[in-house]
Design a binder for this molecule. Structure first.
Ligand code: ADP
Ligand code: 5SP
Length: 501
């Protein structure tokens, strides 16, 4: 049986899915790795952990699930975006990767806008934000100059993993867009940006399409993993682009709601004509010459995981989430804002911090858990409000990511958004998207949309419950006020933490 592998290189774990020609996930393995936060606002990972994690998962697919290496026709990727990986001229990693949710670069973002102003936004179609790659590169240049002098090339997480598997250096477009160094419409590295920040042209990797052929498994990695050197490797995509493909978001009447470590509301765009003036991210899609717009909640699933780890470590995850059903719509009048690692949309503020508002002597753990679930969904509604203000209409929300495992959370989404929310038969949005890229690459299908017809099918449907919609609207009106009224206090508390650690 021929299969392709979709490698979903997430923030909490790598998940590798073996998918057959019918789009059925025949086997899946995953391996978790750690996230290091050496200082407030820092978030780093060791690139070697991605390689060993992926290899362990592939090894189990072969040895435990019986997937035969010579039946693995192609492999592709979905990757956590923006993370900066720096290599020296022997292609050795120079420092831990600085991840998408690292917010140390506020100064560099300001410097980018001061230097280039509107020109920068016109070229990249985005405003510089802490999570993006260019500010990270400038941070290293300014704070670790000796190390920076040894940089031969920079890569993104899944592009580094692909390099280790093929021996070939490349970056694909949907992820390259998230570096904010790409001229998005012309699909070239921007020489204007490189020149403005004195970055040598030589550190920019060659660019390839998502469905572009990137090489075959290299000899070294074949020995290491048990894979065959005949297996073909394709570019892959940024996790949100891959998630959109895997969720069949191929027209503008549907949006994607992804609750992973981060949270994303994403809309497909047929061309580059839309202009959200930097209020939302605008990136190249995995489908050649198409685009997508999205807003990001930095700590979506992460807020829930943080809450559970801190206050309910020993409980089973599903049981812990289900217990929130014992609370009421609006968590008995308790509000949570999920800005626990700063925020991006609609508040581009790395020093924002979260809060519980309205704590009452009668509140119990179920109320707190429910407030966390609801607060995350309110932050998604903030993003949807920006779409609505720009006249974007959609009727269906496709929910993916770890958060889509919970029926309670799915119903909260339908009630808060006041839209139909659907789930996928294969919950693995980004992983399936990665496998679809490989399926098109190896020639099983002519295009990603042909592949979606076969691979993507919807499962449960959640409709807004009358009564709940009105209650949530009232809570949302209060939620909207919290950022403005707490931002200054949060900034001062961050300052206190920095000065007292
Ligand atoms: N049973 C569950 N019910 C609801 N949410 C869950 C459950 N299990 C995990 N999650 C949420 O899913 C998130 C991880 O989602 P995932 O898509 O796997 O993330 P990533 O791709 O960033 O590694 C966790 O942070 C957690 O909040
Ligand atoms: O920074 C972004 C998007 O701009 C994040 O969405 C990352 O791409 C990581 O995603 P997950 O680990 O939550 O899937």
């Amino acid at each position: 049986m021929e299969v392709v592998l979709g490698v979903d290189l997430g923030t909490s774990a790598v998940k590798v899915s073996a998918v057959d020609r019918e789009g059925k996930i025949v086997a899946q393995q995953s391996e978790a790795y750690s996230l290091n936060q050496p200082e407030p606002g820092y978030s780093e990972q060791n690139p070697e952990d991605w390689v060993t994690g992926t290899t362990a998962a592939i090894d189990r697919l072969i040895k435990v699930d019986g997937i035969k290496p010579d039946e693995i026709t192609g492999i592709s990727y979905s990757g956590q975006m923006h993370g900066l990986v720096l290599l020296d001229d022997h292609n050795q990693v120079l420092r831990p990767a600085i991840l998408w949710n690292d917010t140390r670069t506020t100064e560099q973002c300001k410097e980018i806008l001061d230097t280039m102003g509107q020109d920068f936004i016109d070229i990249t179609r985005n405003v510089p934000l802490e999570g993006f790659t260019l500010p990270k590169l400038l941070w290293v240049k300014e704070n670790e100059p000796e190390l920076f002098n040894n940089v031969s090339v920079f890569l993104l997480p899944k592009d580094y993993l692909r390099y280790r598997m093929t021996g070939k250096i490349a970056m694909e477009y949907s992820d390259a867009a998230g570096t904010v160094m790409l001229d998005e419409e012309n699909k070239t590295w921007s020489t204007k940006i490189a020149d403005a920040f004195d970055l040598s042209q030589t550190i920019f990797p060659p660019l390839i399409e998502s469905i572009g052929f990137a090489g075959t498994i290299g000899d070294t990695y074949a020995k290491f993993s048990g894979l065959k050197t005949t297996t073909k490797i394709y570019g892959g995509a940024a996790d949100n682009a891959a998630g959109a493909i895997g969720a069949g978001i191929l027209s503008s009447n549907q949006v994607l709601s992804s609750i992973g470590t981060s949270g994303v509301v994403l809309k497909y765009e047929d061309n580059a004509d839309v202009d959200y003036k930097g209020a939302l991210h605008f990136f190249n899609h995995a489908i050649p010459n198409k685009f997508y717009t999205m807003g990001v909640t930095l700590a979506a699933g992460y807020s829930l995981s943080w809450f559970k780890k801190t206050f309910s470590a020993d409980q089973d995850f599903t049981e812990f989430v289900n217990a929130a059903g014992d609370s009421t719509v609006g968590a008995n009048g308790l509000l949570f804002t999920p800005y626990i690692v700063g925020e991006r949309t609609p508040y581009p503020d790395g020093d924002a911090r979260g809060s519980f508002i309205g704590i009452d002597g009668t509140h119990n753990k179920a109320d707190f858990t429910r407030a966390v679930l609801e607060g995350i969904v309110f932050s998604f509604k903030d993003i949807m409000r920006i779409f609505a203000e720009k006249g974007s209409n959609f009727d269906t929300v496709v929910s993916i990511g770890g958060g889509a495992k919970s029926p309670l959370w799915l119903q909260i989404q339908a009630d808060v958004f006041n839209k139909k929310v659907v789930t996928l038969k294969n919950e693995q949005g980004p992983g399936l998207g990665a496998a679809m890229i490989a399926a098109v690459g190896v020639g099983w299908f002519d295009s990603l949309s042909d592949c979606a017809q076969k691979f993507v099918s919807y499962d449960q449907e959640y409709v807004p419950g009358s009564g709940n919609v009105e209650k949530y609207e009232k809570m949302y009106q209060l939620y909207k006020q919290v950022y403005g009224q707490t931002a200054e206090i949060s900034h001062k508390l961050m300052e206190y933490r920095r000065n007292n650690l």
